[in-house]
Design a protein around this ligand. Structure first.
Ligand SMILES: Cc1ncc(COP(=O)(O)O)c(C=O)c1O
Length: 377
């Protein structure tokens, strides 16, 4: 019988690292420095270095990285922050938790990334920041973002939760603007064994403010100078990330190669309406997700394809089935169906195929052969 193909395979990815991970965890147990311990500082330094920025500050998760990061950049109640409707809901939650008002913009159909022309229409005198999301592992073009921010006098805060070590136009994700947020959710390209996040910035004042905010707003014990919270990257998670970080580059490159293989094998399916999302950044795309579109031209609906792949033992996902503006909890923002047509089209058409660094050629072949069989029948 054929083996099932998972959507991600963390177990297989971690197997060769087992003894390194055990040692690193043991060191924390021996030191007992569970909160803001040695491993946190070590990981912050290494992570800042790979992002090409001066400071990295570990926080509890990617959502907090956005919320605390925006707050530290001076974004507050009454300010507006522009973000794409086509993103994971955490981007929107991060903005709301900073106190600011989220203002949505549509995306490009071919990439799913924010469309800066529609974003321009959303700018008002209250707009203070643009929050691009480097979705699926591909960066929004830095030059265009910087022009946009400069024209409108805005700060850039990147949501790089899906883009660890992605690159384009000579920039690493996280180094384009004032600050950026990362997530270390387990299935991310760099994931820990629970929740974790990071804010990176070149601005020393922003960095020191985040360090304070994440630790009850206290620069020194029991002196609370900022409106803070408890949002620290656990030492144990940092110890795990210290082990995994040196492998990130190779893992990203494996993902990129797997994506190229998918692209080649799927290319005859274009005429049947099965279209991979465009890669505009070559090897700088780190393929957190490999996403195809099942367009109107396809003889089969996306949901039927998904179901049949499941029956064939192939796990797939949809990122994301409901765009932010149509999520029930956020109706008070005042958006309605039809406001962001590209985001709505993608929500109906997209399908994420199995993607992880250790995916084999044989597995990719089987995924594509199965898609072809289903579509042709
Ligand atoms: C685009 C995006 N932004 C933000 C987040 C939030 O990260 P976390 O789950 O660590 O809070 C995630 C991941 O979950 C994400 O994919």
């Amino acid at each position: 019988m054929l083996k099932n193909i998972p959507f991600v395979d963390l177990k297989l990815q971690h197997q060769p690292l087992e003894s390194e991970l055990e040692n690193s965890i043991k060191e924390v147990l021996e030191r007992g420095d569970f909160i803001l311990g040695q491993a946190v500082g070590e990981f912050e330094s290494s992570f800042a270095q790979i992002c090409g920025v001066q400071n990295a500050i570990g926080v509890a998760c990617g959502t907090d990285a956005i919320a605390l990061g925006l707050q530290a950049c001076g974004i507050t109640v009454g300010d507006e922050v522009i973000l794409p409707a086509n993103t994971f809901i955490a981007t929107l939650i991060g903005v709301l938790h900073s106190g600011a008002t989220p203002v949505l913009a549509d995306c490009h159909l071919e990439t799913g990334l924010i469309d800066l022309e529609t974003a321009q229409k959303a700018v008002t005198p209250k707009t203070k920041a643009i929050l691009p999301v480097h979705l699926y592992g591909q960066m929004v073009a830095p030059s265009k973002l910087q022009d946009f921010a400069q024209t409108n006098n805005l700060i850039i805060f990147e949501d790089a939760a899906q883009a660890h070590f992605a690159q384009t136009e000579g920039y690493w994700a996280g180094s384009i603007g004032t600050a950026a947020g990362f997530s270390f959710y387990p299935s991310k390209n760099l994931g820990c064994f629970g929740d974790g996040g990071m804010v990176v910035t070149n601005d020393p004042k922003v960095a020191s403010k985040i360090r304070t905010i994440r630790n009850y707003g206290a620069p020194s014990k029991y002196v609370h100078e900022e409106l803070g919270t408890n949002s620290r990257l656990d030492t144990l998670q940092a110890a795990i990330l210290n082990v995994k970080l040196p492998y990130l580059k190779a893992w990203n490159s494996d993902r990129n190669q797997a994506a190229q293989k998918y692209n080649t094998l799927l290319s005859p399916m274009k005429e049947k309406g099965i279209i991979p999302m465009h890669n505009l950044s070559g090897t700088g795309h780190i393929y957190h997700l490999y996403v195809i579109r099942v367009t109107e031209k396809s003889p089969i609906e996306r949901d039927t394809l998904k179901e049949k792949l499941g029956v064939a033992g192939i796990s797939v996902g949809i990122h994301y089935p409901i765009p932010c503006h149509l999520q029930p909890a956020y109706q008070s923002l005042g958006y309605k169906q039809g406001d962001f047509p590209h985001s709505e089209t993608l929500a109906r058409q997209i399908l994420s195929l199995p993607m992880y660094p250790v995916i084999s050629e044989e597995q990719i072949n089987r995924v594509v052969e199965t898609i072809i069989q289903i579509v042709d029948n």
